[in-house]
Design a protein around this ligand. Structure first.
Ligand SMILES: Cc1cc2nc3c(=O)[nH]c(=O)nc-3n(C[C@H](O)[C@H](O)[C@H](O)COP(=O)(O)OP(=O)(O)OC[C@H]3O[C@@H](n4cnc5c(N)ncnc54)[C@H](O)[C@@H]3O)c2cc1C
Length: 629
């Protein structure tokens, strides 16, 4: 779908790199340059390893937190189970032409098989509030029609699609209603399904709402080839740890407070590489101050902090201020919020020993409880609906009306699945991956692969696959549930206390009587863990998207390096690198480079997108220096 523009972007990037190299030839390369990399997420780690591999410079990575991985964060529970708080899947393993650099690192570390099984098509039970029976056959057909119409509307948008994603969905909704495929009695169900699907879309694309998302941005996103949606049994943070172990100079608890660039800082340089170290060249072009009092001088800095951090702090972080094109791009692009709640009902042996059984009489270790996923069909109207839509919001039940609005942003709850990495049980191998592949699963990204409406019988078969959990589901042997919440609701949830959240989740479980806890699990013995990506000052959001009014040019402007002449350094002499293809002026070299998931049009919002931009920034610097040796 987005192929024409994607293929157009690649030569632009190559041209920019070549132009950078050519125009650098007149610039004097520092004797042994030092590069500061800010942030140890996948962008920063990939950049550092690329530079280190070249052997042509010294690299120091400054990371504010005490761990590598950034938004790939795997939390270890006392029970031995690990929770994937952030990134969960490799969205494509890549191929020879375009390898997925994060997957390659996982392979190198022995964390995964070369041909891992991707999560297969997912199935989930749609739940209506207060309903005690599963959806009827007729209702399931209506659900299938509704989801097919959704997929047709936005799965294959052209790369120059106008307007917002919601504009296209609105038209599709109206056509669906006019098509007569839905009986009058199913309109309300269709509206609920439409809204549920929109919440899922928010989680997939990281947007606050499809009404705010550029349709072009949505169309340009693409999966890497091969094995779309592979979880990692060891957890994604393990890949970052493997990469971090190879970085010679990585300093944790080094929160960068200030980046002075563009004028030669006072003081002398040395090449020791320790605290307060200099570049070894005649005058450092970047001076970095950390909140712990450390400082570093370097010839260039690769900034990989999230778009959310840049938006909140670019005024304080950079001195002098960033050029206007860069600031405009930072301010125009958006980062959305996607959060997960984890419900920990205890380790299997704890549950087995407790004798408590809220969801059935069988022993939890007997392997009787299928992994199961529930999709919640709330009554609220889809906010993107126009007055001409005949989708009508249902009247909420009294309980639903009392719930905080963020609760209605929870669109999926499941027990067992790739976000929970299972503990190794005696005599059994760790099975997180196998379990994930067999689990009934509402994996947000997996759902995105739906395409076009199938024909009659095929449609019913597909519908059965969609609605009913797998015939022989994997048996979860630990009792974590995970719920996803996206958009504004995800932001609002962060303000609620743990007690409020737990209380709301209990109410929610009461509202959907078909939502069964795994056998042995009980609301009386549950611990809550949750992410707060929106308010975490080191991230300020989950992943980025191009909003209405924005364009791929903003991503290019964000990613463009800022270059300085090699002579006396002055911010006034900064080259106006406003876009990806903009070549620095002759004799100038990059001084500030930008990388991270928000810097990649096609792979925006992903780990591999982040890593590829880190590698690209490193390659730009190396190309610039190559011609000066
Ligand atoms: C809930 C969730 C689910 C996701 N699911 C997936 C998925 O399934 N698949 C996928 O591919 N992607 C997924 N992603 C997205 C993926 O995690 C990110 O796109 C990717 O990890 C971003 O990497 P990055 O290097 O660009 O930024 P980050 O990971 O944010 O790294 C930036 C680093 O900078 C550090 N930092 C911030 N401020 C400072 C400072 N002042 N000084 C020094 N250091 C600083 C941060 O601590 C952080 O370590 C998910 C993200 C979330 C939140």
């Amino acid at each position: 779908m987005a192929a024409p523009l994607r293929t157009a972007v690649a030569p632009l990037r190559a041209a920019a790199t070549a132009a950078t190299a050519a125009t650098m030839s007149a610039a004097a390369a520092p004797a042994r340059p030092r590069v500061a990399v800010i942030g140890a997420g996948f962008a920063g780690l990939a950049a550092a390893l690329e530079l280190q591999r070249s052997g042509r410079c010294d690299v120091t990575v400054l990371e504010a937190s005490g761990r590598p991985g950034g938004r790939a964060s795997t939390m270890q529970l006392p029970s031995g189970t690990a929770l994937e708080i952030g990134a969960t899947w490799f969205h494509g393993l890549g191929d020879e032409d375009e390898p997925n650099p994060v997957f390659q690192q996982a392979l190198e570390a022995g964390l995964i098989d070369a041909n891992p099984e991707a999560e297969q098509w997912w199935s989930s039970q749609f739940l209506l509030p207060c309903a005690t029976q599963p959806l009827s056959k007729e209702q399931q057909v209506a659900v299938t029609h509704t989801l097919a119409a959704w997929g047709e509307a936005i799965d294959d948008l052209p790369p120059d699609a106008p307007g917002t994603t919601a504009d296209h969905l609105r038209r599709a909704g109206e056509q669906l209603l006019a098509s007569g495929k839905l009986g009058e009695e199913h309109l309300e169900l269709a509206e609920r399904v439409w809204r549920w699907r929109e919440q899922l879309q928010r989680a997939m694309d990281g947007c606050h709402s499809t009404s705010e998302q550029s349709a072009q941005g949505h169309a340009l996103y693409d999966e890497m080839p091969g094995g779309v949606n592979c979880p990692l049994p060891a957890g994604m943070q393990a890949v970052a740890e493997h990469m971090a172990a190879k970085v010679a100079d990585l300093r944790f608890q080094h929160a960068v407070q200030r980046i002075e660039w563009g004028s030669a800082p006072s003081g002398t340089s040395n090449s020791s590489g320790g605290s307060g170290s200099g570049s070894g060249s005649c005058a450092a072009r970047v001076r970095i101050a950390c909140s712990n009092g450390d400082s570093l001088e370097a010839d260039a800095a690769i900034v990989t902090v999230s778009l959310g951090v840049l938006q909140a702090r670019h005024h304080q972080l950079f001195s002098p201020a960033l050029p206007p094109q860069k600031v405009a791009a930072i301010e125009r692009l958006r980062i959305g919020c996607v959060n997960k709640f984890f419900l920990d009902f205890g380790a299997p042996e704890d549950v087995a020993g407790s004798g408590s059984s809220a969801g059935g009489g069988e022993s939890p270790t007997s392997g009787s409880s299928p992994a199961v996923s529930y999709s919640l069909l709330w009554s609220e109207a889809w906010e993107g609906a126009s007055s001409s839509d005949t989708f009508t919001a249902a009247v909420p039940s009294a309980v639903e009306a009392q719930l905080p609005s963020w609760a209605k942003g929870i669109f999926s709850i499941r027990f067992g699945g790739p976000e929970t990495k299972r503990p190794q049980l005696a005599g059994k191998s760790p099975d997180g991956h196998a379990a994930a592949a067999g689990a009934a699963d509402t994996a947000p990204a997996a759902a995105g692969s739906s395409s076009g409406a199938p024909d009659n019988n095929e449609e019913e078969e597909e519908e059965a696959q969609f609605i009913v959990p797998s015939a022989e589901p994997e048996q979860p042997r630990c009792y974590q549930g995970v719920a996803w919440v996206s958009g504004e609701a995800a932001v609002e949830m962060e303000a609620a206390s743990d007690e409020e959240v737990l209380c709301t989740l209990r109410q929610l479980a009461g509202l959907f009587p078909q939502l069964q806890l795994p056998p042995g699990a009980s609301w009386d013995r549950v611990r809550l863990y949750r992410s707060r990506w929106g308010t975490d000052p080191l991230f300020r959001g989950s992943y980025s998207y191009i909003p209405a009014g924005g364009s791929p040019a903003d991503v290019a402007a964000l990613a463009a390096p800022i270059c300085l002449p090699a002579g006396p350094h002055s911010a006034a002499a900064v080259s106006a690198a406003g876009g990806e293809a903009a070549a620095p002026a002759a004799g100038s070299t990059p001084v500030l480079l930008f990388a991270g998931e928000a810097c990649h049009v096609k792979y925006i919002g992903t780990m591999h997108g982040a890593a590829i931009t880190g590698q690209a920034a490193a390659a730009q610097l190396l190309a610039a220096w190559q011609h000066t040796e």
